[in-house]
Design a protein around this ligand. Structure first.
Ligand code: HEM
Ligand SMILES: N[C@@H](CC(=O)c1ccccc1NC=O)C(=O)O
Length: 491
Protein backbone atom coordinates (compact mmCIF):
# COMPACT_ATOMS: atom_id res chain seq x y z
CA UNK A 1 0.00 0.00 0.00
CA UNK A 2 1.40 3.38 -0.90
CA UNK A 3 0.47 6.91 -0.05
CA UNK A 4 1.38 7.89 -3.60
CA UNK A 5 -1.39 5.91 -5.19
CA UNK A 6 -4.35 8.19 -5.87
CA UNK A 7 -7.61 7.09 -4.30
CA UNK A 8 -10.16 5.58 -6.70
CA UNK A 9 -13.06 7.81 -7.63
CA UNK A 10 -16.51 6.26 -7.86
CA UNK A 11 -17.09 7.65 -11.35
CA UNK A 12 -13.99 6.17 -12.97
CA UNK A 13 -15.26 2.68 -12.09
CA UNK A 14 -18.89 3.27 -13.02
CA UNK A 15 -20.02 3.53 -9.39
CA UNK A 16 -22.33 6.23 -8.08
CA UNK A 17 -24.32 7.32 -5.06
CA UNK A 18 -26.05 3.97 -5.55
CA UNK A 19 -22.81 2.09 -4.96
CA UNK A 20 -22.64 -0.93 -7.25
CA UNK A 21 -26.22 -0.51 -8.45
CA UNK A 22 -26.38 1.39 -11.72
CA UNK A 23 -26.57 5.17 -11.58
CA UNK A 24 -29.67 5.17 -13.79
CA UNK A 25 -32.45 2.63 -13.29
CA UNK A 26 -31.84 -0.56 -15.30
CA UNK A 27 -33.21 -0.70 -18.86
CA UNK A 28 -36.39 -2.82 -18.73
CA UNK A 29 -36.64 -3.59 -22.46
CA UNK A 30 -34.15 -3.46 -25.31
CA UNK A 31 -35.10 -0.40 -27.32
CA UNK A 32 -34.20 -1.82 -30.75
CA UNK A 33 -37.14 -3.78 -32.22
CA UNK A 34 -34.55 -6.04 -33.84
CA UNK A 35 -34.26 -7.82 -30.48
CA UNK A 36 -38.01 -8.12 -29.86
CA UNK A 37 -37.99 -11.94 -29.90
CA UNK A 38 -35.42 -12.03 -27.10
CA UNK A 39 -37.68 -9.78 -25.07
CA UNK A 40 -40.78 -11.87 -25.80
CA UNK A 41 -38.96 -14.99 -24.67
CA UNK A 42 -37.42 -13.54 -21.51
CA UNK A 43 -40.68 -11.97 -20.45
CA UNK A 44 -42.44 -15.31 -20.87
CA UNK A 45 -39.88 -17.62 -19.28
CA UNK A 46 -42.25 -18.82 -16.51
CA UNK A 47 -44.94 -19.83 -19.03
CA UNK A 48 -42.45 -21.33 -21.45
CA UNK A 49 -40.98 -23.43 -18.64
CA UNK A 50 -44.37 -24.51 -17.43
CA UNK A 51 -45.44 -25.59 -20.93
CA UNK A 52 -42.02 -27.15 -21.59
CA UNK A 53 -41.63 -25.12 -24.77
CA UNK A 54 -38.56 -23.13 -23.77
CA UNK A 55 -36.07 -25.11 -25.87
CA UNK A 56 -38.35 -25.52 -28.91
CA UNK A 57 -39.00 -21.81 -29.11
CA UNK A 58 -35.39 -20.76 -28.52
CA UNK A 59 -34.14 -23.29 -31.09
CA UNK A 60 -36.10 -21.44 -33.78
CA UNK A 61 -34.57 -18.04 -33.03
CA UNK A 62 -32.30 -16.59 -35.70
CA UNK A 63 -28.73 -15.73 -34.69
CA UNK A 64 -28.86 -11.98 -34.14
CA UNK A 65 -25.82 -9.77 -34.26
CA UNK A 66 -24.71 -7.59 -31.38
CA UNK A 67 -25.02 -4.20 -33.09
CA UNK A 68 -22.64 -1.31 -32.54
CA UNK A 69 -25.63 0.80 -31.51
CA UNK A 70 -26.31 -1.66 -28.68
CA UNK A 71 -22.68 -1.76 -27.58
CA UNK A 72 -22.66 2.05 -27.49
CA UNK A 73 -25.17 2.23 -24.65
CA UNK A 74 -24.16 0.63 -21.38
CA UNK A 75 -27.75 0.25 -20.15
CA UNK A 76 -28.66 -1.62 -23.34
CA UNK A 77 -25.62 -3.94 -23.16
CA UNK A 78 -26.44 -4.78 -19.55
CA UNK A 79 -30.04 -5.48 -20.49
CA UNK A 80 -28.91 -7.73 -23.36
CA UNK A 81 -26.63 -9.60 -20.94
CA UNK A 82 -29.39 -10.02 -18.38
CA UNK A 83 -31.90 -11.22 -21.01
CA UNK A 84 -29.48 -13.75 -22.52
CA UNK A 85 -28.39 -15.04 -19.10
CA UNK A 86 -31.97 -15.67 -18.04
CA UNK A 87 -32.67 -17.48 -21.31
CA UNK A 88 -29.42 -19.50 -21.07
CA UNK A 89 -30.09 -20.79 -17.55
CA UNK A 90 -33.74 -21.49 -18.35
CA UNK A 91 -32.64 -23.39 -21.45
CA UNK A 92 -30.10 -25.52 -19.64
CA UNK A 93 -32.06 -26.22 -16.44
CA UNK A 94 -35.69 -25.91 -17.52
CA UNK A 95 -36.42 -29.61 -18.09
CA UNK A 96 -35.96 -32.86 -16.20
CA UNK A 97 -32.57 -33.38 -17.83
CA UNK A 98 -30.20 -30.45 -18.27
CA UNK A 99 -29.07 -29.69 -21.81
CA UNK A 100 -25.32 -29.51 -22.37
CA UNK A 101 -25.36 -27.33 -25.49
CA UNK A 102 -26.61 -23.80 -25.86
CA UNK A 103 -27.80 -23.02 -29.39
CA UNK A 104 -25.83 -20.48 -31.47
CA UNK A 105 -28.65 -17.93 -31.23
CA UNK A 106 -28.02 -17.58 -27.49
CA UNK A 107 -24.38 -18.65 -27.17
CA UNK A 108 -22.92 -16.26 -29.74
CA UNK A 109 -24.44 -12.97 -28.59
CA UNK A 110 -24.08 -14.01 -24.95
CA UNK A 111 -20.34 -14.60 -25.37
CA UNK A 112 -20.01 -11.20 -27.05
CA UNK A 113 -21.86 -9.14 -24.43
CA UNK A 114 -20.25 -11.05 -21.57
CA UNK A 115 -16.82 -10.23 -22.94
CA UNK A 116 -17.75 -6.54 -23.24
CA UNK A 117 -18.88 -6.42 -19.60
CA UNK A 118 -16.13 -8.68 -18.27
CA UNK A 119 -18.63 -11.20 -16.92
CA UNK A 120 -19.08 -14.96 -17.40
CA UNK A 121 -21.77 -16.11 -19.87
CA UNK A 122 -24.43 -17.45 -17.48
CA UNK A 123 -26.82 -16.11 -14.85
CA UNK A 124 -24.80 -14.15 -12.29
CA UNK A 125 -25.59 -11.77 -9.43
CA UNK A 126 -25.23 -8.90 -11.92
CA UNK A 127 -27.80 -10.31 -14.34
CA UNK A 128 -30.47 -11.31 -11.81
CA UNK A 129 -29.98 -8.67 -9.10
CA UNK A 130 -27.92 -5.59 -10.04
CA UNK A 131 -29.52 -5.00 -13.44
CA UNK A 132 -32.90 -6.62 -12.91
CA UNK A 133 -35.07 -4.31 -10.81
CA UNK A 134 -37.55 -1.55 -11.53
CA UNK A 135 -39.79 0.74 -9.53
CA UNK A 136 -43.49 -0.09 -9.53
CA UNK A 137 -44.46 3.60 -9.53
CA UNK A 138 -41.81 5.74 -11.23
CA UNK A 139 -43.43 9.14 -10.81
CA UNK A 140 -41.82 10.72 -7.73
CA UNK A 141 -44.90 12.93 -7.31
CA UNK A 142 -46.90 9.85 -6.46
CA UNK A 143 -44.49 8.23 -4.04
CA UNK A 144 -42.06 9.41 -1.34
CA UNK A 145 -39.15 7.16 -2.16
CA UNK A 146 -39.06 5.55 -5.57
CA UNK A 147 -36.32 3.19 -4.36
CA UNK A 148 -38.16 1.99 -1.26
CA UNK A 149 -38.33 -1.80 -1.14
CA UNK A 150 -42.12 -1.61 -1.18
CA UNK A 151 -41.96 0.18 -4.54
CA UNK A 152 -39.57 -2.20 -6.29
CA UNK A 153 -40.12 -5.28 -8.35
CA UNK A 154 -37.90 -7.43 -10.54
CA UNK A 155 -37.88 -7.12 -14.32
CA UNK A 156 -37.56 -10.84 -15.03
CA UNK A 157 -37.83 -14.09 -13.11
CA UNK A 158 -37.67 -17.80 -13.89
CA UNK A 159 -40.77 -18.70 -11.94
CA UNK A 160 -43.04 -15.67 -12.16
CA UNK A 161 -43.60 -15.81 -8.39
CA UNK A 162 -43.21 -13.19 -5.72
CA UNK A 163 -40.83 -15.37 -3.71
CA UNK A 164 -38.27 -15.11 -6.48
CA UNK A 165 -38.85 -11.38 -6.92
CA UNK A 166 -38.37 -10.89 -3.19
CA UNK A 167 -35.24 -13.03 -3.18
CA UNK A 168 -33.63 -10.66 -5.70
CA UNK A 169 -35.03 -7.47 -4.18
CA UNK A 170 -33.58 -8.13 -0.74
CA UNK A 171 -30.18 -8.09 -2.40
CA UNK A 172 -31.00 -4.94 -4.35
CA UNK A 173 -31.90 -3.33 -1.04
CA UNK A 174 -28.67 -4.45 0.63
CA UNK A 175 -26.75 -2.85 -2.24
CA UNK A 176 -28.75 0.35 -1.81
CA UNK A 177 -28.36 0.50 1.97
CA UNK A 178 -24.70 -0.42 1.78
CA UNK A 179 -23.92 2.14 -0.93
CA UNK A 180 -22.99 4.98 1.48
CA UNK A 181 -20.34 2.67 3.00
CA UNK A 182 -18.31 2.82 -0.19
CA UNK A 183 -18.17 6.60 -0.04
CA UNK A 184 -17.54 6.62 3.71
CA UNK A 185 -14.80 4.04 3.23
CA UNK A 186 -13.01 6.25 0.74
CA UNK A 187 -13.44 9.29 3.01
CA UNK A 188 -12.01 7.33 5.93
CA UNK A 189 -9.01 6.23 3.84
CA UNK A 190 -8.45 9.87 2.87
CA UNK A 191 -8.75 10.92 6.54
CA UNK A 192 -6.12 8.34 7.52
CA UNK A 193 -3.77 9.85 4.94
CA UNK A 194 -4.42 13.27 6.47
CA UNK A 195 -4.08 11.81 9.98
CA UNK A 196 -7.49 13.29 10.76
CA UNK A 197 -8.52 11.02 13.61
CA UNK A 198 -11.93 12.59 14.23
CA UNK A 199 -12.96 12.09 10.61
CA UNK A 200 -11.78 8.49 10.54
CA UNK A 201 -13.87 7.81 13.64
CA UNK A 202 -16.97 9.50 12.30
CA UNK A 203 -16.80 7.66 8.94
CA UNK A 204 -16.29 4.35 10.73
CA UNK A 205 -19.37 5.04 12.83
CA UNK A 206 -21.39 5.62 9.64
CA UNK A 207 -20.08 2.36 8.22
CA UNK A 208 -20.93 0.41 11.39
CA UNK A 209 -24.46 1.75 11.35
CA UNK A 210 -24.98 0.92 7.69
CA UNK A 211 -23.67 -2.64 8.17
CA UNK A 212 -26.06 -3.03 11.08
CA UNK A 213 -28.91 -2.05 8.72
CA UNK A 214 -27.69 -4.60 6.17
CA UNK A 215 -28.26 -7.31 8.75
CA UNK A 216 -31.83 -6.13 9.29
CA UNK A 217 -32.54 -6.13 5.56
CA UNK A 218 -31.11 -9.61 5.20
CA UNK A 219 -33.56 -10.90 7.79
CA UNK A 220 -36.44 -9.51 5.71
CA UNK A 221 -35.84 -12.41 3.33
CA UNK A 222 -38.28 -14.52 5.31
CA UNK A 223 -41.11 -12.02 4.95
CA UNK A 224 -41.87 -12.97 1.35
CA UNK A 225 -39.51 -15.70 0.22
CA UNK A 226 -40.55 -19.12 1.40
CA UNK A 227 -37.59 -21.45 2.06
CA UNK A 228 -39.26 -24.44 0.39
CA UNK A 229 -40.09 -22.46 -2.75
CA UNK A 230 -36.58 -21.08 -2.78
CA UNK A 231 -34.87 -24.42 -2.50
CA UNK A 232 -37.03 -26.53 -4.78
CA UNK A 233 -38.33 -24.03 -7.31
CA UNK A 234 -36.02 -21.05 -7.62
CA UNK A 235 -32.56 -22.23 -6.70
CA UNK A 236 -32.25 -24.95 -9.38
CA UNK A 237 -32.28 -22.24 -12.09
CA UNK A 238 -29.45 -20.33 -10.42
CA UNK A 239 -27.07 -23.26 -10.57
CA UNK A 240 -24.04 -23.08 -12.79
CA UNK A 241 -22.27 -25.74 -14.78
CA UNK A 242 -19.15 -26.53 -12.87
CA UNK A 243 -18.75 -29.74 -10.85
CA UNK A 244 -22.07 -30.91 -12.26
CA UNK A 245 -21.01 -34.38 -13.38
CA UNK A 246 -23.65 -35.97 -11.22
CA UNK A 247 -26.55 -34.31 -12.98
CA UNK A 248 -25.23 -34.89 -16.47
CA UNK A 249 -22.94 -31.96 -17.27
CA UNK A 250 -19.46 -33.47 -16.85
CA UNK A 251 -17.79 -30.97 -19.18
CA UNK A 252 -19.96 -27.99 -18.45
CA UNK A 253 -22.01 -26.50 -21.27
CA UNK A 254 -21.05 -26.15 -24.93
CA UNK A 255 -21.44 -22.62 -26.23
CA UNK A 256 -22.91 -23.09 -29.71
CA UNK A 257 -23.13 -26.08 -32.03
CA UNK A 258 -19.46 -25.79 -32.96
CA UNK A 259 -18.37 -24.10 -29.75
CA UNK A 260 -16.33 -25.32 -26.83
CA UNK A 261 -17.43 -26.65 -23.47
CA UNK A 262 -17.04 -24.11 -20.70
CA UNK A 263 -17.78 -24.49 -17.01
CA UNK A 264 -18.76 -21.78 -14.57
CA UNK A 265 -19.97 -21.55 -10.99
CA UNK A 266 -23.60 -20.58 -10.47
CA UNK A 267 -25.01 -17.26 -9.33
CA UNK A 268 -24.20 -16.28 -5.77
CA UNK A 269 -24.31 -13.30 -3.53
CA UNK A 270 -20.59 -13.89 -3.06
CA UNK A 271 -20.48 -12.12 -6.44
CA UNK A 272 -21.67 -8.90 -4.80
CA UNK A 273 -18.86 -6.34 -4.71
CA UNK A 274 -20.36 -4.57 -1.71
CA UNK A 275 -19.41 -7.03 1.02
CA UNK A 276 -15.99 -7.53 -0.55
CA UNK A 277 -15.52 -3.76 -0.55
CA UNK A 278 -16.36 -3.68 3.16
CA UNK A 279 -13.87 -6.45 3.86
CA UNK A 280 -11.19 -4.54 1.97
CA UNK A 281 -11.91 -1.19 3.65
CA UNK A 282 -11.81 -2.86 7.08
CA UNK A 283 -8.80 -5.04 6.25
CA UNK A 284 -10.71 -8.30 6.84
CA UNK A 285 -8.75 -11.09 5.18
CA UNK A 286 -10.02 -14.38 3.80
CA UNK A 287 -7.95 -17.48 3.24
CA UNK A 288 -8.35 -20.67 1.24
CA UNK A 289 -10.64 -23.15 2.96
CA UNK A 290 -9.15 -24.79 5.99
CA UNK A 291 -6.19 -22.41 6.13
CA UNK A 292 -5.95 -20.16 9.15
CA UNK A 293 -4.76 -16.61 8.92
CA UNK A 294 -1.34 -17.20 10.39
CA UNK A 295 1.71 -19.32 9.91
CA UNK A 296 3.25 -20.46 6.65
CA UNK A 297 -0.04 -20.55 4.75
CA UNK A 298 -0.93 -16.95 5.45
CA UNK A 299 -2.06 -15.43 2.20
CA UNK A 300 -3.14 -11.87 1.72
CA UNK A 301 -6.76 -11.30 0.74
CA UNK A 302 -5.44 -9.20 -2.07
CA UNK A 303 -3.27 -11.91 -3.54
CA UNK A 304 -4.35 -14.08 -6.43
CA UNK A 305 -4.12 -17.21 -4.33
CA UNK A 306 -6.86 -19.77 -4.42
CA UNK A 307 -9.82 -18.55 -2.50
CA UNK A 308 -13.47 -18.62 -3.41
CA UNK A 309 -13.99 -15.01 -2.41
CA UNK A 310 -11.22 -13.93 -4.75
CA UNK A 311 -12.46 -16.18 -7.51
CA UNK A 312 -15.91 -14.63 -7.30
CA UNK A 313 -14.38 -11.34 -8.42
CA UNK A 314 -14.23 -12.86 -11.88
CA UNK A 315 -18.01 -13.05 -11.71
CA UNK A 316 -18.39 -9.30 -11.09
CA UNK A 317 -18.67 -6.66 -13.80
CA UNK A 318 -15.13 -5.74 -14.92
CA UNK A 319 -15.34 -2.17 -13.61
CA UNK A 320 -16.40 -3.34 -10.15
CA UNK A 321 -13.63 -5.92 -10.02
CA UNK A 322 -11.08 -3.27 -10.98
CA UNK A 323 -12.47 -0.94 -8.33
CA UNK A 324 -11.87 -3.61 -5.67
CA UNK A 325 -8.29 -4.11 -6.85
CA UNK A 326 -7.65 -0.37 -6.61
CA UNK A 327 -9.38 -0.15 -3.22
CA UNK A 328 -7.16 -2.95 -1.87
CA UNK A 329 -4.05 -1.01 -2.90
CA UNK A 330 -5.04 2.01 -0.84
CA UNK A 331 -6.70 0.31 2.13
CA UNK A 332 -5.01 1.67 5.27
CA UNK A 333 -7.57 1.79 8.08
CA UNK A 334 -6.67 -1.40 9.95
CA UNK A 335 -2.96 -0.47 10.10
CA UNK A 336 -3.90 2.99 11.32
CA UNK A 337 -6.12 1.60 14.08
CA UNK A 338 -3.36 -0.78 15.17
CA UNK A 339 -0.64 1.87 15.27
CA UNK A 340 -2.68 4.76 16.73
CA UNK A 341 -4.02 2.71 19.64
CA UNK A 342 -6.67 5.35 20.26
CA UNK A 343 -9.59 4.14 22.38
CA UNK A 344 -12.38 5.81 20.43
CA UNK A 345 -10.90 4.85 17.08
CA UNK A 346 -10.43 1.25 18.16
CA UNK A 347 -13.98 1.05 19.40
CA UNK A 348 -15.43 2.52 16.19
CA UNK A 349 -13.36 0.07 14.14
CA UNK A 350 -14.36 -2.88 16.29
CA UNK A 351 -18.00 -1.82 16.01
CA UNK A 352 -17.69 -2.22 12.23
CA UNK A 353 -16.13 -5.65 12.71
CA UNK A 354 -18.83 -6.65 15.21
CA UNK A 355 -21.60 -5.59 12.80
CA UNK A 356 -20.01 -7.41 9.88
CA UNK A 357 -19.59 -10.52 11.95
CA UNK A 358 -23.17 -10.25 13.13
CA UNK A 359 -24.27 -9.87 9.49
CA UNK A 360 -22.43 -13.09 8.65
CA UNK A 361 -24.01 -14.81 11.65
CA UNK A 362 -27.45 -13.88 10.41
CA UNK A 363 -26.54 -15.00 6.93
CA UNK A 364 -25.61 -18.43 8.27
CA UNK A 365 -29.04 -18.62 9.91
CA UNK A 366 -30.67 -17.80 6.59
CA UNK A 367 -28.61 -20.36 4.73
CA UNK A 368 -29.51 -22.95 7.33
CA UNK A 369 -33.22 -22.33 6.90
CA UNK A 370 -33.16 -21.95 3.12
CA UNK A 371 -30.76 -24.71 2.18
CA UNK A 372 -29.68 -27.03 4.97
CA UNK A 373 -33.10 -27.62 6.51
CA UNK A 374 -34.74 -27.94 3.09
CA UNK A 375 -32.19 -30.46 1.88
CA UNK A 376 -32.74 -32.60 4.96
CA UNK A 377 -36.49 -32.68 4.51
CA UNK A 378 -37.99 -36.01 3.58
CA UNK A 379 -39.66 -34.57 0.58
CA UNK A 380 -42.90 -36.29 -0.31
CA UNK A 381 -44.53 -33.15 -1.64
CA UNK A 382 -45.62 -32.80 -5.22
CA UNK A 383 -43.42 -29.81 -5.95
CA UNK A 384 -40.19 -31.71 -5.84
CA UNK A 385 -41.47 -34.16 -8.40
CA UNK A 386 -42.54 -31.44 -10.75
CA UNK A 387 -39.41 -29.41 -10.98
CA UNK A 388 -36.22 -31.23 -11.78
CA UNK A 389 -36.09 -32.88 -8.46
CA UNK A 390 -32.83 -34.53 -9.55
CA UNK A 391 -30.62 -31.62 -8.63
CA UNK A 392 -32.24 -30.76 -5.32
CA UNK A 393 -32.48 -34.39 -4.24
CA UNK A 394 -29.01 -35.49 -5.20
CA UNK A 395 -27.69 -32.51 -3.29
CA UNK A 396 -29.64 -33.59 -0.25
CA UNK A 397 -27.68 -36.80 0.18
CA UNK A 398 -24.21 -35.36 0.45
CA UNK A 399 -22.55 -32.32 1.87
CA UNK A 400 -24.45 -29.21 0.86
CA UNK A 401 -22.87 -27.02 -1.76
CA UNK A 402 -23.68 -23.42 -2.57
CA UNK A 403 -24.67 -22.39 -6.08
CA UNK A 404 -21.17 -20.99 -6.20
CA UNK A 405 -19.90 -24.51 -5.46
CA UNK A 406 -18.59 -24.04 -1.91
CA UNK A 407 -18.99 -26.58 0.88
CA UNK A 408 -21.26 -23.92 2.15
CA UNK A 409 -21.49 -24.08 5.93
CA UNK A 410 -17.74 -24.60 6.59
CA UNK A 411 -17.02 -21.87 4.06
CA UNK A 412 -19.47 -19.36 5.54
CA UNK A 413 -18.30 -20.08 9.09
CA UNK A 414 -14.72 -19.52 8.06
CA UNK A 415 -15.69 -16.18 6.46
CA UNK A 416 -17.46 -15.20 9.68
CA UNK A 417 -14.60 -16.24 11.93
CA UNK A 418 -12.07 -14.44 9.75
CA UNK A 419 -14.20 -11.32 10.21
CA UNK A 420 -14.19 -11.62 13.98
CA UNK A 421 -10.47 -12.18 14.16
CA UNK A 422 -9.84 -8.75 12.66
CA UNK A 423 -10.94 -7.07 15.91
CA UNK A 424 -8.38 -4.56 17.17
CA UNK A 425 -9.12 -4.09 20.87
CA UNK A 426 -8.23 -6.69 23.49
CA UNK A 427 -11.90 -6.88 24.30
CA UNK A 428 -12.85 -7.33 20.65
CA UNK A 429 -10.12 -9.91 20.11
CA UNK A 430 -11.45 -11.90 23.02
CA UNK A 431 -15.13 -11.70 22.19
CA UNK A 432 -15.32 -11.44 18.42
CA UNK A 433 -12.73 -13.98 17.52
CA UNK A 434 -14.04 -16.58 19.91
CA UNK A 435 -15.91 -19.20 17.96
CA UNK A 436 -19.48 -18.89 19.16
CA UNK A 437 -21.83 -21.81 19.58
CA UNK A 438 -22.92 -22.45 16.03
CA UNK A 439 -26.22 -20.88 15.21
CA UNK A 440 -26.46 -23.41 12.44
CA UNK A 441 -26.44 -26.29 14.89
CA UNK A 442 -29.15 -24.70 17.03
CA UNK A 443 -31.52 -24.18 14.22
CA UNK A 444 -30.86 -27.55 12.63
CA UNK A 445 -32.07 -29.13 15.81
CA UNK A 446 -35.06 -26.93 16.46
CA UNK A 447 -35.77 -25.29 13.14
CA UNK A 448 -37.42 -22.51 15.10
CA UNK A 449 -36.64 -18.87 15.58
CA UNK A 450 -36.57 -18.97 19.37
CA UNK A 451 -33.69 -17.23 21.03
CA UNK A 452 -31.53 -19.97 22.36
CA UNK A 453 -29.50 -19.98 25.53
CA UNK A 454 -25.88 -20.13 24.76
CA UNK A 455 -23.02 -18.13 23.46
CA UNK A 456 -24.87 -17.06 20.33
CA UNK A 457 -26.96 -14.84 22.53
CA UNK A 458 -23.88 -13.69 24.36
CA UNK A 459 -22.42 -12.72 21.04
CA UNK A 460 -25.61 -10.81 20.27
CA UNK A 461 -25.28 -8.99 23.57
CA UNK A 462 -21.77 -7.97 22.70
CA UNK A 463 -22.89 -6.63 19.36
CA UNK A 464 -25.63 -4.75 21.15
CA UNK A 465 -23.16 -3.23 23.53
CA UNK A 466 -21.18 -2.05 20.55
CA UNK A 467 -24.30 -0.43 19.16
CA UNK A 468 -24.98 1.32 22.41
CA UNK A 469 -21.42 2.52 22.34
CA UNK A 470 -21.91 3.85 18.85
CA UNK A 471 -24.94 5.78 19.96
CA UNK A 472 -22.67 7.88 22.13
CA UNK A 473 -21.69 5.98 25.25
CA UNK A 474 -18.25 4.55 24.77
CA UNK A 475 -18.11 2.41 27.88
CA UNK A 476 -18.23 -1.06 26.45
CA UNK A 477 -18.70 -2.64 29.84
CA UNK A 478 -22.02 -1.02 30.56
CA UNK A 479 -25.01 -3.26 31.19
CA UNK A 480 -27.75 -1.28 29.58
CA UNK A 481 -29.47 -4.17 27.89
CA UNK A 482 -32.85 -3.18 26.59
CA UNK A 483 -34.52 -5.81 24.48
CA UNK A 484 -35.54 -3.19 21.93
CA UNK A 485 -32.03 -2.37 20.87
CA UNK A 486 -31.38 -5.76 19.33
CA UNK A 487 -30.88 -5.67 15.60
CA UNK A 488 -34.17 -6.59 13.96
CA UNK A 489 -34.50 -10.32 13.51
CA UNK A 490 -31.67 -11.19 15.87
CA UNK A 491 -32.31 -14.30 17.96
C1 HEM B 1 -32.17 -17.09 0.80
C2 HEM B 1 -31.18 -16.25 0.75
C3 HEM B 1 -29.72 -16.62 0.64
C4 HEM B 1 -29.13 -17.83 0.57
C5 HEM B 1 -29.79 -19.18 0.58
C6 HEM B 1 -27.71 -17.60 0.49
C7 HEM B 1 -26.78 -18.60 0.37
C8 HEM B 1 -25.43 -18.40 0.25
C9 HEM B 1 -24.45 -19.43 0.05
C10 HEM B 1 -24.77 -20.88 -0.08
C11 HEM B 1 -23.24 -18.86 -0.03
C12 HEM B 1 -21.90 -19.58 -0.23
C13 HEM B 1 -21.34 -19.27 -1.58
C14 HEM B 1 -21.92 -20.15 -2.63
O1 HEM B 1 -21.43 -21.26 -2.80
O2 HEM B 1 -22.86 -19.72 -3.31
C15 HEM B 1 -23.45 -17.45 0.12
C16 HEM B 1 -22.45 -16.54 0.13
C17 HEM B 1 -22.66 -15.22 0.41
N1 HEM B 1 -23.86 -14.59 0.59
FE1 HEM B 1 -25.65 -15.44 0.62
N2 HEM B 1 -27.47 -16.27 0.53
C18 HEM B 1 -28.67 -15.63 0.61
C19 HEM B 1 -28.88 -14.29 0.65
C20 HEM B 1 -27.89 -13.38 0.77
C21 HEM B 1 -28.10 -11.97 0.86
C22 HEM B 1 -29.45 -11.25 0.78
C23 HEM B 1 -26.89 -11.41 0.99
C24 HEM B 1 -26.71 -9.92 1.11
C25 HEM B 1 -25.65 -9.27 0.92
C26 HEM B 1 -25.91 -12.46 0.98
C27 HEM B 1 -24.54 -12.31 1.06
C28 HEM B 1 -23.61 -13.29 0.85
C29 HEM B 1 -22.18 -13.06 0.82
C30 HEM B 1 -21.49 -11.73 1.04
C31 HEM B 1 -21.59 -14.27 0.55
C32 HEM B 1 -20.09 -14.57 0.46
C33 HEM B 1 -19.58 -15.12 1.76
C34 HEM B 1 -19.27 -14.05 2.76
O3 HEM B 1 -18.70 -13.01 2.37
O4 HEM B 1 -19.55 -14.26 3.96
N3 HEM B 1 -26.56 -13.65 0.83
N4 HEM B 1 -24.79 -17.20 0.29
N1 LIG C 1 -25.50 -18.94 -3.18
C1 LIG C 1 -26.95 -19.05 -3.01
C2 LIG C 1 -27.66 -18.30 -4.09
C3 LIG C 1 -27.54 -16.85 -3.92
O1 LIG C 1 -27.26 -16.37 -2.88
C4 LIG C 1 -27.82 -16.00 -5.08
C5 LIG C 1 -27.75 -16.53 -6.34
C6 LIG C 1 -28.03 -15.72 -7.43
C7 LIG C 1 -28.40 -14.43 -7.21
C8 LIG C 1 -28.47 -13.90 -5.95
C9 LIG C 1 -28.16 -14.70 -4.86
N2 LIG C 1 -28.22 -14.28 -3.60
C10 LIG C 1 -29.21 -13.56 -3.01
O2 LIG C 1 -29.95 -12.83 -3.51
C11 LIG C 1 -27.33 -20.53 -2.99
O3 LIG C 1 -26.47 -21.39 -2.86
O4 LIG C 1 -28.52 -20.80 -3.04
Amino acid sequence: MSKNIPLPSLEEYGLSENGFLPKELPVTKLSDEYYKDWEVIVQNIPSLLLSKRMRDVVDRLPVLEVKESLIGEIGQVRRAYSVLCFIANAYVWGYDKPCDTLPDCIAKPLLTVSEILGLPPLATYASVVLWNYKPIVENSDLIDDVMDLSNLTSINTFTGGMDETWFYLVSVMTEKIGAPCVKSGLKAIRAVRDDNLANVVSELKCIAEAIDNLGSVLMKMEAMCDPHIFFFRIRPYLAGWRNMEEVGLPKGVRYGSGGEYLSFAGGSNAQSSLIQALDIVLGVEHFPMGKKGSGPHKISANSDQNSFINEMRKYMPREHREFLVHLAKVSNIKDYVETKKDKELTLAYDACIAMLKSFRDKHIQIVTRYIILQAHKKDGSSQSKVLRSGLSKSQGKKEQRGTGGTALIPFLKQCRDETGSSAASDWGKKVLSTAVLDVHENSTVTGTRKRSHGSTVESGDDTKRMKLGLAGNWDIDQENDEEGSYPAGHW
